[in-house]
Design a protein around this ligand. Structure first.
Ligand code: ADP
Ligand code: ADP
Ligand code: MG
Length: 632
């Protein structure tokens, strides 16, 4: 076996690969960018090599630096994880040319599946059912419109180089085709540098069911059953599960056979996934599933397969890459129970799943799983780490296994209810709402489920009276909430002098909440204090209240000078004032663009501007945007 490998990735997947390597006695080398110098994956690996600045193009996508790091540390093989360079055949060629082993399929297999149109032509030849549609080379607009009419509406336009749901447009009528095509081409050009598209029949009541396959370098290939990833928003997976609800023996046999045929057609070696689209309008029928694409790497949702088969897929990847035969035959791979995975992201579900950033001032996961279930938490961050704008905003994957679907789902809902994150907005409340949704629980899933119920699934309730009380108690330091940040921890001592009653004011959104508190001795363990805020956790929801800082307010009231800092990293887009200007409180001074949104920064008080950030400057969180002059 290899004695040392390099992991060309970050976050939870890098940490997860280290874990298996360590168990197998293999040393690991991490790589990291500036932003990740103190990241968990760096701490977990045996060695770490800095490969460049934070943007991915300067670090995690720099094949040359990654290969140099492997050679310098004496690693014999490179594991690419998912995303980044994992499906880049040129990288595989470079790794091999450097005398290293790529832990994954051959460059030829990746190329064969890299473009959706060519992959579909190849699969058709191999006898795998493919979605009816046009996947030819010719790209004339008129020709494509003609093909769409032939296929019959609704159709789906897809970027042939697509991934992550980008460059896709559903079209329902002839009249809308031209505009949708232009939109898909624009998005594809921007994201993949290739505006070629294919046109497919839009499948009714679509379900996304994929099959995990595994091949070795001795000509063998097996499947490890299916996963259902129909719970999607904007064509991206949210909760995945194995096996697929309602799966029949007949349908499973047909799908897994087609998947193994697909893998063998390209002499596939390593872990791969064959994604199928299924028409579930009349239940699961063996003549209603079609090949969509193959992902030639380890998948984000691979843990659900591991939970129901007991196979460590990373271990298999390492063994197969080293040249060993598949550790098990098809007959030896069995399905046991049911598993779910939910992807916890820093994003605002109620604002169209807008990605968010922030420092995770408080982060804690449940310790116990629901009775009868097993829980596995995959994460690449710790309390105090930041979700930066440079990378995917994933915080963790909550994976739960149970003897059957009902118990596993119940376990998932409980696990989500126990996730506590303060410092960034997250999708935990949304995931919890989905995990407790009646239709989802009934196994009645299709890719439109979330869209149809989006309103209900993303509406955040008001905090209960109990939650507000918990926030007040924590803010007043009556409870034993964890005080993660100064200067709030220091207030604890102060509270001792006033144990009987205290007046507390909190902000919630635009509202001000006041209360006269009397300590009743009940500690609150579901609240987290962090600089200027208190966050209370209630059934998957996190309610954040601001704690007005009496010192800051006094300073603001007493004098007219001070500075205004950037609340998040971003780009200064518009500047409406200049040094020397006299401005009034509330007057817009500049516009900061961050996370694809524009934020207006208004004067915090009346005063004279001494200094203001330049238009076009890139700022980090905390950078002074405006400095007021001292009053004469
Ligand atoms: P899956 O079908 O497994 O969700 P996707 O093709 O959508 O796979 O992408 C795989 C995952 O890789 C994404 O969910 C994302 O977390 C990660 N990923 C992809 N590209 C990048 C990137 N450039 N930077 C960081 N993470 C990425
Ligand atoms: P990506 O590379 O972006 O993952 P896929 O081809 O795998 O692209 O499609 C992503 C998602 O889009 C699928 O999981 C499914 O929800 C939806 N989808 C794809 N093809 C079809 C189709 N023909 N009909 C209906 N939905 C589809
Ligand atoms: Mg896909």
């Amino acid at each position: 076996m290899f004695s040392k490998i390099l992991i060309a990735n970050r976050g939870e997947i890098a940490v997860r690969i280290v874990r298996t390597a360590r168990r197998m006695g293999i040393a690991t080398v991490a790589v990291y960018s500036d932003a990740d110098a103190k990241a968990l994956h760096v701490a977990e690996a045996d060695e770490a090599v800095h490969i460049g600045p934070s943007p991915v193009a300067d670090s995690y996508l720099r094949a040359d630096r990654i290969i140099a790091a492997a050679l310098a540390t004496g690693a014999e093989a490179i594991h690419p994880g998912y995303g980044f360079l994992s499906e880049n055949p040129d990288f595989v060629d470079q790794v091999t040319a450097a005398g290293l082993v790529f832990i994954g399929p051959s460059a030829a297999a990746i190329r064969a599946m890299g473009l959706k149109d060519a992959a579909k032509r190849l699969m058709e030849e191999a006898g795998v059912p493919v979605v009816p549609g046009y996947h030819g080379e010719a790209q004339d607009d008129g020709l494509l419109a003609g093909k769409a009419a032939e296929i019959g509406y609704p159709v789906l336009i897809k970027a042939r180089a697509g991934g992550g749901g980008k460059g896709m447009r559903r079209v329902d009528r002839t009249d809308d085709f031209a505009e949708a095509l232009a939109g898909a081409r624009r998005e594809a050009k921007g994201a993949f540098g290739d505006d070629s598209v294919l046109v497919e029949k839009y499948v009714e009541k679509p379900r996304h069911i994929e099959v995990q396959v595994f091949g070795d370098n001795h000509g063998d290939a097996v499947h490890l059953f299916e996963r259902d990833c129909s719970a999607q928003r904007r064509h991206q997976k949210v909760i995945e599960e194995a096996p697929a609800p309602g799966m029949t023996m007949e349908m499973r046999r047909a799908m897994t056979e087609a998947a193994v045929t697909a893998a063998k057609a390209i002499a596939y070696s390593g872990a791969g996934t064959i994604e199928f689209i299924v028409d579930a309008s009349e239940g699961l029928r063996p003549d209603r599933f079609w090949f969509m694409e193959m992902n030639t790497r380890l998948q984000v949702e691979h843990p659900v397969t591991e939970m129901v088969t007991g196979v460590d897929l990373v271990e298999w990847q390492l063994r197969v890459a080293y040249g060993e035969r598949l550790p098990k035959t098809q007959e030896e791979i069995a399905l046991n129970g049911h598993a779910f995975e939910a992807r916890v992201y820093a994003e605002d579900a109620s604002k169209g799943f807008l990605p968010a950033i922030g420092t995770l001032h408080h982060l804690s996961f449940p310790i116990d799983s629901a009775r009868g279930t097993t829980m596995r938490i995959e994460t690449g961050v710790r309390a105090g780490d930041s979700i930066s704008p440079f990378y995917d905003p994933m915080i963790a994957k909550m994976v739960v296994h149970g003897p059957d679907r009902r118990q596993a789902l119940n376990g998932l809902a409980e696990a989500l209810a126990g996730v506590q994150v303060a410092g960034s907005v997250t999708n935990v409340g949304f995931l919890h709402a989905l995990a407790t949704d009646a239709d989802f629980a009934a196994g009645d899933v299709d890719t439109g489920l979330i869209g149809r119920k989006q309103e209900a699934l993303t509406t955040v309730d008001r905090p209960s009276q109990h939650a507000i009380s918990q926030a007040m108690l924590a803010a007043a330091q009556f409870g034993n909430a964890q005080a993660d940040g100064d200067p709030w921890g220091a207030l604890a001592g102060y509270a001792h002098f006033h144990p009987i009653a205290r007046k507390v004011t909190l902000g919630f959104g635009e509202e001000k909440l006041d209360a006269q508190l009397t300590y009743d001795g009940k500690p609150s363990s579901n609240a987290a204090l962090w600089p200027g805020h208190v966050t209370v956790f209630e059934r998957g929801n996190a309610f954040t209240f601001s704690i007005p800082d009496p010192f800051a307010e006094a300073a603001e009231a007493g004098s007219a000078h001070g500075s205004m800092r950037a609340p998040m990293p971003g780009l200064v887009k518009i500047v409406r004032a200049a040094a020397g200007d006299t401005v009034a409180k509330g007057q817009p001074l500049l516009v900061l663009e961050a996370m694809k949104m524009e934020h207006t920064i208004a004067a915090a008080h009346d005063g004279v501007i001494a200094e203001i950030a330049a238009n076009g400057s890139q700022v980090t969180e905390g950078t002074v945007l405006v400095r007021f002059a001292e009053e004469a």
